[in-house]
Structures are given as C-alpha cells and as structure tokens.
Design a protein around this ligand. Structure first.
Ligand SMILES: [Zn+2]
Length: 287
C-alpha cells in the first residue's frame, strides 16, 4: 500500500471516529426530560417554580421575614406538624433577628436570600442587585454559618440576564412558585387556606409570607388539610433533589397513592429563560 493510500485510510478512520462521537453528543439523552425541548438535559436548570417529583411532596415557602413574633409562632406550628419549610428572608430582618434564623435551621428548615430591602431587582443596576444579595448573604452567614443555596427575587421580578449572572456569581438557584394564595392582600385565613388547598399538587412550591398575622392564622388548618390529603413537606432544596425526568407518553408512571394529580408547571427558565408560564408570574404584586 502506498503512503498516500495509508494516509487516506487513517484520515478516513479518524474522520469516521470524530463523526460518530459528534453524532453521540447530538443524540437525545437516554431519558428525555421533556420531548418538546431540544436536548434539555444539557441545559442546567437555574429557575424553579415547581419540581416534577413522583411522590406527594411539596415545599412551603415563607417570605419577607423573619418577624419578631410571627416567625417563632410559625416555627412552633411547623414543629408540631413535623414539617419542614423554606424561609426567604429579607437581609435587614435577618440581621436584626439572627436567633430566629438559627432556630429555623436547628429545626431543619432552609434559609434563602430574598434581597436586603425588597426592591424590584428587575429595575435596578447590576451593582445594586449585587449589593442587595451580598449584604443578605453576609447576614445569613453571620446568623447560621453557611451560605444560602437559593434566592427568590422580590415580586418574582428578575430578568433572564440577571438570573444567569446571579447564578454564576452566587451559585444560587432562583426559586419562584406555582401556588400563590395572595395572602399579602389579607383576604382572611379561610381564603388563604382554601386557595392553597385548591392549587397545591405534587412538586408545588407554595408562596406565603410570615409577616402577616392572618397568614399565620391560616396555617394550622392549611397544614392539617394538606397532610390529610397525603402531602409531605420538604425544603425547596430537598424537593429539587427529588426531581424526576418528565414522563414521556409511552413511559408515564402511574400516580402515587393519596396524590390528587401529577400535573406540573413548566419551568420558566427553560429552554431560553422565556416568560414564566402557569401560575408563577414574572412580576407578582408580592413575592
Ligand atoms: Zn417578598
């Protein structure tokens, strides 16, 4: 065989190998997350408004605290119900009541960053956003000794570009919600309770605020009835750790026992940080 033919052969084999490797990379993942999205497994998920899980798990989240009397009252309730929750704290409150944060963590709850003074992050400069998050992260570390893993933008307002650099710089996952009882409007404990009961489904991230007395008043009945429906309460990070791929039509698993439905809200961060869908608005009157 001449040198030319040997080189041509080697080149051909090399080309074929590269070609196969490229084809493999472009092949769909073995267990597709959502068939409608292009290769979603390769896009790390930054934003969550709910999580696809295969059990009756939900995450209760409480924003804007800690509050000097209401948050400890809520912690008592959560302990009595053997529930875990997530608190998205406002930094200036966290700095004022570090003992409440310490207790929350001791009780098994999670702390997330909800900015220092609750501005609309979508409307302030990058440096302003950075200062809001940094000061709050520092206050949380001063109280509980560890950095938070999560942040929730006030009013759910954050641009796709901000999400990306916040995630890169702070490592935070951005947490929205899919159940919003609008408790900050103080519609009364019964309404808050019935709205949460009506909307909660497996994988839900439920929004409420531990700075409004009627919200805390609504919680005993809300917790009792959600537990009676079979729901189990975990922190947001625990819920995310339970994420399962979206079932394809052919391999949909049967619903778990005691679970009303397995519906799930689409993730607003994928595929391209498009507008949030479902019940989690980009800008809610509060968050
Ligand atoms: Zn808020």
């Amino acid at each position: 065989m001449s040198l030319f033919f040997r080189s041509a052969l080697l080149f051909g084999v090399g080309f074929l190998t590269v070609g196969l490797a490229a084809a493999e990379e472009n092949a769909p993942p073995p267990r597709s997350v959502q068939s409608s999205e292009p290769n979603p497994a390769s896009i790390p998920q930054i934003t969550f408004s709910s999580v696809h899980v295969d059990g009756p798990y939900v995450a209760m989240t409480f924003d804007d605290g800690p509050h000097t009397s209401l948050t400890p009252k809520l912690l008592d309730l959560l302990a009595a119900h053997h529930m875990k929750a997530t608190f998205f704290v406002v930094g200036q409150n966290a700095a004022e009541y570090p003992e409440i944060l310490k207790r929350a963590v001791r009780d098994g709850h999670e702390i997330g960053n909800h900015s220092w003074s609750h501005p609309n992050l979508g409307k302030i400069s990058d440096d302003g956003v950075r200062a809001q998050l940094r000061k709050t992260d520092d206050a949380i570390v001063a109280a509980i000794g560890v950095h938070p893993m999560l942040m929730r933008p006030p009013y759910g307002s954050v641009t796709p570009r901000q999400k990306r650099w916040i995630h890169e710089e702070f490592g935070y996952k951005i947490i929205i919600w899919d159940v919003d009882p609008l408790d900050w409007k103080r519609p009364g404990p019964k309404v808050v309770c019935s709205r949460i009961l009506r909307e909660a489904k497996p994988g839900s991230i439920i929004l409420a605020h531990d700075i409004h007395p009627p919200t805390i008043e609504a919680m005993p009945a809300t917790f009792d009835q959600l537990q009676a429906k079979g729901f189990k309460f975990v922190t947001v990070s625990e819920l995310i750790a339970m994420a399962k791929p979206m079932p394809t039509k052919a391999s949909a698993s049967p619903p778990a026992a005691h679970v009303p439905s397995l519906g799930v809200s689409p993730d607003p961060a994928r595929p391209a940080d498009s507008q949030p869908m479902g019940a989690a608005p980009a800008q809610s009157p509060d968050g």
